[in-house]
Design a protein around this ligand. Structure first.
Ligand SMILES: Nc1ncnc2c1ncn2[C@@H]1O[C@H](COP(=O)(O)OP(=O)(O)OP(=O)(O)O)[C@@H](O)[C@H]1O
Ligand SMILES: [Mg+2]
Length: 313
């Protein structure tokens, strides 16, 4: 008997000929914060919309609390909360009235409704501003009310879709604190983001997703240790790049070297030593260096090493 709260098997979704999600599988123990980290268009929103029961998969199976999602849609929807990327609030009424409206949609009434609205306002740290119309809120405050809406019916799994995009630092912190507090109280959370620092800070495990597939899945520490070589990114003017690439590729401490136009991405575990050797080579070959960047091992370099692309370009 498997007691994981969520089990995903071979999940796929196509929009006409566009295969947005191509066979994703993973399981989630109760109480985990699980990150889906990937660039624009990777398939993050499509995946969590299917997990939350809003979008039907083209193929694959989703099991939540032992129930097959497609066969128990209404029951399973009680267990899950989705905080979408888009704001779904009425601008001309107060935040509190928005929450009362959504609470009624979820079947709450009277004193229980009022109590729950106060609780979720506390969780997102906006109780003192709740009487104001949503249209005067900052983008970050709107996102926090969006989060509050997703919590009204006390879900056991919460799906957060890039909750900090376009959000001011104060709201960003409030969102982090809410997520950490909710998780300490037992909520299982799936958090999509293309900010690797957020995934590193918040998530117990991270699935790196690119072009609709999971290309790596582990704790942030393990991902960085096993796949996160540091990277020296060197751009040179032109002419001798072939010779520079060839010589760098033969250095014993260098892993792969990826070239794009006039830029070389040099993978290594020993960035300081290799940096000196690289500069000796460019000097000896009279190459003109136009930019030089050293990136320490992080989820960003894990992604770069696996795909040759940056998470954000
Ligand atoms: N309703 C839709 N109709 C057609 N294609 C879609 C639809 N929604 C998403 N797509 C396509 O599916 C792919 C995955 O999109 P998705 O929104 O899931 O990515 P994402 O990882 O959430 O990206 P972002 O970081 O930009 O939010 C993209 O190629 C996108 O253009
Ligand atoms: Mg998205």
């Amino acid at each position: 008997m498997n007691d994981d709260i969520l089990i995903v098997k071979n999940l796929a979704k196509s929009y006409r000929e566009n295969q947005a999600v191509r066979g994703i599988s993973f399981s989630l123990p109760r109480g985990e914060i699980f990150g889906l980290l990937g660039p624009n268009g990777a398939g993050k929103s499509t995946t969590i919309s299917m997990l939350a029961g809003l979008l039907s998969p083209t193929s694959g199976q989703i099991t939540i609390k032992g129930l097959d999602l497609s066969e128990n849609l209404l029951k399973v929807k009680q267990y899950v909360g989705l905080v979408p990327q888009e704001i779904a609030l009425y601008p001309t009424i107060s935040a509190r009235d928005n929450l009362i409206f959504w609470g009624q949609v979820y079947g709450l009434h009277g004193a229980a409704l009022k109590r729950r609205v106060d609780e979720v306002l506390d969780i997102v740290q906006l109780a003192d501003r709740a009487h104001e119309r949503v249209e005067v809120y900052s983008g970050g405050m709107k996102r926090r009310i969006n989060l509050a809406v997703g919590l009204l019916h006390r879900p056991e799994i919460l799906f957060l879709d890039e909750p900090t995009v376009g959000v001011d630092p104060q709201s960003r912190n409030a969102i982090f604190e809410s997520v950490e507090k909710l998780n300490r109280e037992g909520l299982t959370i799936i958090y999509t983001t293309h900010y690797m620092e957020e995934a590193e800070r918040l998530c117990h495990r991270v699935a790196i997703i690119d072009q609709g597939q999971i290309i790596a899945l582990d704790t942030p520490a393990n991902l960085i240790q096993h796949q996160g070589k540091s990277l020296i990114r060197l751009s040179i003017l032109d002419g001798v790049i072939d010779a520079v690439e060839e010589k760098i590729g033969h250095l014993p401490l260098v892993g792969d070297v990826n070239r794009r136009d006039h830029t070389l991405d040099i993978q290594t575990h020993e960035s300081q030593q290799v940096l000196m050797e690289v500069l000796q080579i460019t000097h000896a070959l009279s190459a003109q260096v136009t930019s030089l960047e050293i990136m320490d091992a992080s989820l960003e370099t894990v992604f770069l090493n696996l795909t040759g692309k940056r998470l954000r370009e």
